[in-house]
Ligand binder design. Structure first.
Ligand SMILES: [Fe+2]
Length: 287
């Protein structure tokens, strides 16, 4: 407190001064959240001690991210993804019982309108790439099959691009499909082997992290979204064992339980992978 009785702002009390103002705000989670953000932000400034010019540069970078984001492109999401924040939020919110297949992010290339197809269909509509047969089961924590579950899959092609990234080059719905498990909880379909891909590196986030040699690519993977009555919906990815980028997934999606064995079979490949579903928690059916 100064001699005038007006509290004066300084390095020691900075976060406290802001917290006092926020404490007068209407009750609710937002002022509490803001107080936590301010506390950590002030801590960062005290620890890293940027000059005014450094701080202007940081703000210019955040401004650039905003300018580079619109309905089609989201650099803020990319920043959250690459700094592990998206994966952390996912991990906090979708913890599964031990033995259940872990959840990972859905990613930006999902389409909700993929066609429902008979088991055994080839989802590679252009036939470009090494043939891959995918089979597996959807089971519960006791290993019992879940017949009639919906297995939705989508993946990149052999060059690492999704159909909706290349609307002029790939047929619509290429490498996407929705299958229903049979009475033994089994599904199978044909496709081509996916390739890993880089995240966008032509915006401010990719350019800044690229200059630091930060990992900006993803190992080869297949996406799955699995729904079954009375079970929690599972959104996950299956990665290829042996992919050199497995330990450096740009989006932190790789978990040991999600690594599958792609086996050589004749001229092509096969993958067999089972998904273990967790029962829906009360009030959270098939969320
Ligand atoms: Fe992906």
């Amino acid at each position: 407190m100064s001699q005038t009785g007006i509290p004066s702002f300084n390095e020691a009390n900075s976060a406290e001064m802001v917290a006092q103002r926020l404490s007068k705000a209407k009750a609710g989670p937002l002022p509490r959240f803001l107080a936590t953000v301010v506390d950590h932000l002030h801590q960062i400034v005290k620890e890293t001690r940027p000059t005014a010019s450094d701080w202007r540069q940081a703000i210019a970078f955040l401004t650039e991210i905003g300018h580079a984001s619109d309905d089609k492109r989201q650099e803020w999401v990319l920043l959250s993804d690459l700094l592990g924040v998206t994966a952390l939020v996912e991990d906090i919110n979708s913890r599964r019982p031990s033995g259940a297949t872990p959840n990972t992010g859905r990613g930006p290339f999902y389409r909700a309108d993929a066609p429902r197809l008979p088991l055994g269909t080839n989802i590679s509509l252009d036939g470009v790439g090494a043939p891959l047969t995918v089979s597996g089961r959807v089971i519960d924590l006791d290993g019992m099959p879940i017949p009639g579950s919906t297995v939705e899959t989508w993946q990149a092609n052999a060059q690492g691009f999704y159909e909706n990234q290349q609307p002029d080059l790939q047929p619509e719905f290429n490498l996407r499909g929705v299958f229903i498990t049979d009475r033994d909880g089994r599904f199978h379909y044909r496709t081509v082997k996916p390739t890993g891909y880089g995240v966008p590196d032509d915006g401010p986030v990719g350019q800044m992290l690229g200059r630091l040699n930060y990992p900006l690519s993803r190992p080869a993977h297949l996406h799955f979204l699995i729904r079954a009555d009375n079970f929690e919906t599972l959104t996950t990815q299956v990665f290829e064992r042996g992919d050199p980028r497995l330990g450096e997934d740009a989006l932190f999606g790789v978990k040991p339980e999600l690594v599958g064995d792609f086996k050589r079979v004749g001229d092509g490949w096969s993958l067999d992978f089972s998904f273990v579903m967790a029962m829906a928690r009360k009030g959270n059916l098939a969320a």
